[in-house]
Write a protein of this length. Structure first.
Length: 112
């Protein structure tokens, strides 16, 4: 798939979950998407953990790290919470949604 195919797939999933306008995150539950939807085709390193700046380990690191958690028997799923679409709504045709956090659905008392 191409970058735009991955991006469209991700945006369709976000809009299917009820995204309506710029202020949606203050009034409604934020969308969550699979690791594949968020990471596959994603070229924007700062779409997750942007506060790491120069120490950012890269998207491949996060994708593999969360996939390794997801395959554990005591983990049901790992989902990326979509927090920000402002650039995309503002007209950035190459923008990628930003993650607010990652949800780990598990019965484990600790993941580390």
């Amino acid at each position: 798939m191409t970058y735009s195919t991955y991006r469209v797939r991700l945006l369709k999933e976000i809009f299917k979950q009820g995204y309506r306008d710029r202020d949606w995150r203050h009034n409604d539950p934020q969308p969550v998407v699979s690791l594949e939807y968020f990471f596959e085709g994603n070229p924007q390193k700062d779409s997750i953990a942007p506060n790491l700046m120069d120490k950012h380990p890269g998207l491949d690191f996060f994708f593999q790290y969360f996939r390794n958690i997801r395959i554990r028997r005591d983990v049901k799923d790992v989902l990326v919470n979509i927090h920000n679409l402002d650039d995309i709504i503002g007209g950035d045709v190459n923008g990628w949604p930003s993650a607010g956090n990652v949800h780990i659905l598990t019965s484990a008392s600790s993941i580390i």
